[in-house]
Every structure is written in structure tokens, then in C-alpha cells.
Design a protein around this ligand. Structure first.
Ligand code: THU
Length: 165
């Protein structure tokens, strides 16, 4: 039996260290958290996708009383981007989140956000992966107040991913 390791390349920095275009993408994801509909979890997630033509498409999580019918911010945004920009590859996705459970009154907007990066769920990784397999790598930028992670692709977040269909 052989054992091997899988390595993934992750870059870490703070928001201010990001190149301006990436910072703008994170800011679009932050802004999109305001459009979330989260009466059940009160966890506000925003995503912003940079399209190959330079446009930014943003979206958020949308919940539903029939709980599994809700969608995460990443899938809302990816499906909206694909449907509204047919034929245009997605180049980057940024994700940001905060929870109104522990939001003290009077806190400045930038301080609402999760200190640590929020990471997409398995279903969202799989959904994004399919666009990546079709159109090329999608960089993933996971924003946190204290640190931001940058992954070179969706596949790097999903080892042994299902792409042969
Ligand atoms: N959620 C997202 O939108 N993206 C993630 O990456 C993780 C979770 C949403 C789903 C649900 O509306 C809420 O966050 C709590 O799980």
C-alpha cells in the first residue's frame, strides 16, 4: 500500500494587502451580504464573481421556510452569473459573511464580518467546479476580517473532485 499527501496552495493576506481589483471584488461580496434573506440562520453571506469581461456579478444566500429549498450565496451568484452572462467564463469569486446573532448595536459596518474566512460548502464547491471544468480556473477569495485566503482554483478546495461526466 502506498501513502501520499495532497498539497494545496493557499495564499494568506489581509484585505488591505490585496491588489485593488481583488479588494473591490471582496467589497462587492461584503455589500451583497445586505441582500441576503436569512430569517432562519441570521447568517448573512455575500458572494461576488468577476467575469472574464470585467463585470462583477454579486449575490447572497436566500433561505426558505422549506429549509432545503434555500440556496447559499455562492450558488445563487454562480447560477445568476451563468444565466445572465452566457458564454462568459467566471474568473474569480469572493465570499464574505457576518451573523446578526452577535452583532452589537453601533458596531461599524466593517467590523460585522467574520474574523476568519468563510469557506463554501461542499455542494457549492461542486457547483462552481462544473463551470471551472468547462471554462478554466476560478480563483477563490475567502474574506475574513483578520485574514483572507486565496485559492488558485475551485478544484484545489475539492480534492478528488468529480469532473468526469
Ligand atoms: N451559507 C452560504 O450562503 N454559504 C456558505 O458558504 C455557507 C453557508 C448559508 C446557507 C444558510 O443560508 C446560512 O448560510 C447558514 O448555513
Amino acid at each position: 500500500m502506498q501513502e501520499f499527501e495532497i498539497k494545496i496552495k493557499v495564499r494568506e493576506c489581509t484585505l488591505t494587502e490585496l491588489p485593488e481589483s481583488d479588494r473591490l471584488l471582496v467589497e462587492a461580496a461584503q455589500e451583497a451580504t445586505r441582500t441576503s434573506y436569512v430569517p432562519y440562520s441570521r447568517f448573512h453571506v455575500g458572494a461576488a464573481i468577476l467575469m472574464a469581461d470585467g463585470e462583477i456579478v454579486a449575490g447572497s444566500n436566500q433561505e426558505n421556510a422549506a429549509y432545503p429549498s434555500g440556496t447559499c450565496a455562492e450558488r445563487t451568484t454562480a447560477y445568476y452569473a451563468a444565466a445572465s452572462h452566457p458564454g462568459i467564463p467566471m474568473k474569480k469569486i469572493a465570499i464574505a459573511a457576518w451573523t446578526s446573532h452577535d452583532k452589537p448595536e453601533g458596531l461599524p459596518w466593517e467590523e460585522y464580518f467574520q474574523a476568519n474566512p468563510i469557506s463554501p460548502c461542499g455542494a457549492c464547491r461542486q457547483a462552481l467546479l462544473e463551470y471551472e471544468a468547462r471554462d478554466g480556473a476560478i480563483e477563490v477569495i475567502l474574506y475574513g476580517r483578520d485574514k483572507t485566503y486565496i485559492f488558485p482554483s475551485v478544484a484545489s478546495l475539492l480534492p478528488f473532485c468529480f469532473t468526469e461526466f
